[in-house]
Design a protein around this ligand. Structure first.
Ligand code: 4FV
Length: 286
């Protein structure tokens, strides 16, 4: 079996790998670049949509780096077999533990051992549902290695042996983990400093306070006979914030009782409610 395969860096800038291909941007990447490694049997799918817009600009500015490792390169036989029939029978194929482990070990060779700083994540429907809270934690780290499943999934033993975290994009079944991996990368990279024009926008957005986002409006003021709610044109920022909060609460109660319960359990956005109560109290005062 040939020597350990080299990870391929995405040639948006270097079509042919120079001597010892390096992940995109690490050469003069400022220490702070968030590093992403993707283990997949379809490396050509990356960067894909991540090369566009804000994530693409951030990739070019080396605010993050992307390295794909083709799992097939870690196969042990000349047919580069990465899967085999399921033990106990049943449909489909399962990805082999020895091959997947070799890919994980190669990816982690130059990553910090502390998984809190650089977790290894397998995207799968069995995983813990991905939340904005977990995304925020990941964005505060140094990097992450993402394992993209195909077929029926991956042999359980390698997930245990390598302490792999399982995350799910949602209760539905895809043909592969690559799209969930891209979604996770997008969600994490947009929280990195310098990626979003105004970081402020992440404070107000869905889930930032455990609530769904309030409705948005923009010109024209009247569209198909439908008006923008008056309050939003009042210029009264405190009342506008109050209205948006009430809208966010209404919508969350209606569409996501699970989030509403969690929100109430944490006493809602305490300081806000305190402000509100204080405001009310204040008002009473004058
Ligand atoms: C999935 C999800 C997902 C399951 C079998 C890939 C597929 C195949 N990943 N959230 N939902 N994965 O459906 O993350 O291996």
């Amino acid at each position: 079996m040939s020597e350990t395969p080299k990870p391929r860096s995405h040639g948006m800038f270097s079509a042919r790998p120079t001597a010892g291909p390096k992940p995109l941007g690490t050469d003069q990447a400022p220490g702070g670049a968030f590093r992403v490694k993707v283990l997949t049997i379809f490396p050509e799918l990356f960067p894909g949509p991540l090369a566009a817009s804000l994530t693409g600009k951030a990739l070019a500015e080396r605010l993050w780096t992307l390295e794909t490792l083709d799992i097939r390169r870690f196969a042990r036989n000349k047919h580069r077999t990465v899967d085999d029939t399921p033990a106990g029978g049943g449909p489909g194929m399962v990805m082999k533990p020895d091959v997947v482990a070799a890919a994980i070990d190669a990816a982690q060779a130059d990553a910090p051992r502390e998984r809190a700083r650089w977790p290894v994540i397998y995207l799968s429907p069995r995983g813990r549902p991905l939340t904005q809270a977990r995304v925020r934690e990941l964005a505060a780290g140094e990097g992450m290695t993402l394992l993209c499943g195909r077929f029926e999934g991956v042999d359980e033993r390698v997930l245990e042996a390598r302490g792999v975290e399982e995350l799910s994009l949602g209760d539905f079944v895809l043909t592969g983990g690559e799209i969930p991996a891209m979604a996770l990368i997008d969600a994490v990279v947009r929280l990195r400093p310098g990626v979003l024009g105004n970081e402020a926008s992440t404070e107000e957005e869905s889930f930032s306070r455990g609530l769904l986002e309030h409705p948005h409006y923009t010109r024209p003021q009247v569209w198909e006979g439908r008006e923008i709610p008056e309050i939003l044109l009042s210029g009264h920022h405190a009342r506008i914030a109050e209205w948006r909060r009430a809208q966010a609460e209404e919508l969350t109660k209606e569409r996501r009782p699970d989030l509403w319960r969690a929100y109430r359990a944490t006493g809602g956005d305490t300081e806000q409610s305190d402000a509100k109560t204080a405001g009310r109290a204040g008002r009473k005062r004058d």
